[in-house]
Design a protein around this ligand. Structure first.
Ligand code: MN
Length: 408
């Protein structure tokens, strides 16, 4: 496939990708767009130009400030919109309306692409669960349920923000080292979690489980996700009901939703599961995705350092298994729900997806390019996660999710 539009060869946003997002052109209200190379296709303008038929209907859908109504139209419609734009971009000649439909991506303010009704966070990397277990419970790192079900908790949807939104260092109760009673303080152990989240694209009915084999029908697409975590707040509060204020002060998402269909060529088999999961969690074929992931820290006024390289394929529990388990009791899902993977750590130390693991609980500081060291994040630091899949000349990327830490 070639386009009349110049698309940089190494762009995340190739003709095979065509992710959806919400952007705000200068002096106009937010609207839906599709990323292509260094440009954005204005989908409301494309609808007006008649690219999808039913001009008024699609124009109204794409002028919404979030993608929920569009996604709810279902994959036959959203897939057709992608194909129509792809056909338009690969016409033999530059169409006369090209200038009207295209915006430069550089400098455009991206918005939160979804209204998120519900957010769930899993804990599906065996390397991460084992590493954290070793630090929090040295005698008993992997709890007995872990290999039987995808452990998760219900997170907070209201504090999910789009990439570029600063994150304020949270206040809370922490127990200083060597003491037994808490103090009210700013977190001293502010961390990130490298995660990928999937977006629910189809509602299910309360009481009706989603079988693992049908999971793909319900997964619209994927995002990069940073589950910011205050480890000191988390350590004191998490027993016995799990994560709370150490997590819900903010989570960040990348602005472009990569449709599941764009990731099809990158499906791979996941790790072997032992013991074999119960029947409702059994799946066939390749259920994981080979998506390269990279995390960097940039101190204020300093150069960037890559601190982690991992891969989405390492996950022990697949998205299909997560969704089957989430709904096995009849819990329903809604369009726009986010289900995050849990921290994606790989087998070696350079692939750990949190500073908790990279600095081994603060015992092994990391040295950055400017010579400064980190155990956890400092005020002014910008943390970025990037992700992409590449194979045989195909490239499908996510761009990045970043956020800067603001002091109290
Ligand atoms: Mn998490």
């Amino acid at each position: 496939m070639t386009s009349w539009l110049s698309i940089p060869k190494d762009s995340d946003f190739s003709l095979h990708n065509l992710p959806f997002g919400i952007f705000q052109p200068a002096g106009a209200p937010p609207r839906a767009g599709m990323a292509i190379g260094d440009h954005i296709v204005d989908l409301a303008a494309a609808a007006e130009a008649g690219l999808f038929g039913k001009r008024r209907f699609f124009k109204k859908i794409f002028e919404q400030p979030v993608l929920n109504d569009f996604i709810a139209l279902g994959k036959p419609v959203t897939g057709r919109v992608r194909r129509k734009v792809q056909e338009w971009l690969t016409r033999p000649e530059r169409p006369a309306e090209a200038d009207r439909l295209l915006a430069e991506r550089r400098g455009v303010a991206m918005q939160m692409p979804l209204r998120v009704p519900n957010y769930t966070d899993f804990y599906s990397s065996i390397e991460h669960a084992t590493n954290v277990g070793k630090m929090f419970r040295p005698d008993n790192p992997l709890l007995p349920n872990w290999r039987w079900l995808p452990v998760g908790y219900h997170g907070r949807a209201s504090s999910i923000v789009v990439s570029g939104t600063p994150i304020r260092r949270p206040m809370g109760q922490i127990v200083p080292k060597g003491e037994e009673t808490p103090v009210y303080s700013a977190s001293r152990q502010l961390d990130f979690e490298l995660e990928v989240a999937f977006v629910i694209g189809k509602e299910s009915a309360l009481g009706e489980p989603i079988p693992a084999a049908k999971a793909d029908d319900y997964i619209f697409g994927l995002l990069l996700f940073n589950d910011w975590s205050a480890r000191d707040i988390q350590r004191w509060e998490y027993v016995p009901l799990g994560p709370f204020l150490g997590k819900n002060f903010g989570s960040s998402v990348s602005p472009w939703i990569v449709p599941l269909e764009a990731l099809k060529p990158f499906r791979v088999k996941g790790p072997k599961q032992n013991p074999a999961p119960l029947e409702y969690l059994q799946t066939r074929g390749a259920q994981n995705y080979d998506i390269e992931l990279e995390v960097s820290v940039r101190p204020e006024n300093g150069p960037e350092s890559v601190i982690c390289r991992s891969n989405f394929k390492y996950l022990y529990w697949s998205m299909a298994q997560q969704l089957a388990h989430h709904t096995v009791n009849g819990c329903n899902v809604q369009v726009g729900d986010l289900m995050a993977s849990g921290t994606i750590s790989g087998p070696d130390a350079g692939s750990y997806g949190s500073l908790l693991e990279l600095s081994w609980g603060g015992q092994k500081p990391l040295t950055l390019a400017d010579g400064s060291t980190r155990t956890f994040l400092l005020d002014g630091d910008t943390l970025a996660i990037r992700g992409w899949a590449a194979k045989d000349g195909l490239r499908v990327g996510f761009g990045e999710v970043n956020g800067q830490i603001l002091g109290k």
